[in-house]
Design a protein. Structure first.
Length: 198
């Protein structure tokens, strides 16, 4: 593993950086390790790396920790993943316990607000390098654990263990099942998005 750059040897100690831990996690997953168990050993930043990696493996262009300002308010989206015509705005939650419904509802509501603000952010297309005109913006919450609803107000709440299935089914979901905003990036700021989630 040292020859592969996955660990650093310091006397009798093995040391790893955050990037090395992420690469070790990916290697473990490739050898068949349990995804939820692997993710449980990671920090929240490394959990984001795993989620971003899953989108990248499915042909998405991924931007982590995307910052923007809309109506004088600063926003951050953990992962923005683009693959025509979809733009997924994902919030990564690294909790290890079951959340009460009220807390989950608040988290989902905040992510919908971020996605809606992003849909009105006219420079988003240029910053992300999205070459297409029409897009469907999908808010999502990615979690470490299971045991919560798959959808809350039609917003997907996806355990990391199920992220691969979610990504593969996303094009079909986005047509009817899940909440999304339709955006035309060439229109005026007032007309660019549907005012409510579909």
């Amino acid at each position: 593993m040292q020859n592969d750059g996955l660990v650093n040897v310091d006397g009798s100690l093995l040391k790893t950086s955050s990037l090395q831990r992420f690469r070790l996690a990916i290697q473990a997953l490739r050898f068949g390790a349990d995804l939820e168990r692997v993710a449980g050993f990671l920090t929240w930043q490394e959990f984001e790396y795993i989620a971003a990696f899953a989108f990248e493996q499915n042909g998405y262009d991924v931007h982590r920790n995307f910052h923007f300002t809309h109506k004088r308010r600063r926003y951050e989206i953990d992962i923005v993943a683009c693959k025509r015509p979809l733009i997924v705005c994902a919030d990564c939650k690294h909790w290890h316990h079951h959340l009460p419904p009220s807390s989950l509802k608040e988290i989902v509501g905040e992510q919908v607000d971020r996605a809606s603000a992003f849909a009105s952010f006219s420079k988003g297309k240029d910053q992300l390098g999205c070459a297409w005109v029409d897009a469907k913006i999908v808010p999502a919450v990615l979690t470490l654990t299971e045991g919560h609803p798959k959808f809350l107000k039609k917003v997907p709440v996806v355990p990391i263990l199920q992220i691969q299935d979610f990504i593969q089914q996303l094009p079909a979901y986005a047509d009817s099942t899940i909440a999304h905003l339709k955006v035309n990036f060439t229109c005026s700021q007032h007309d660019c998005q549907s005012k409510t989630l579909k």
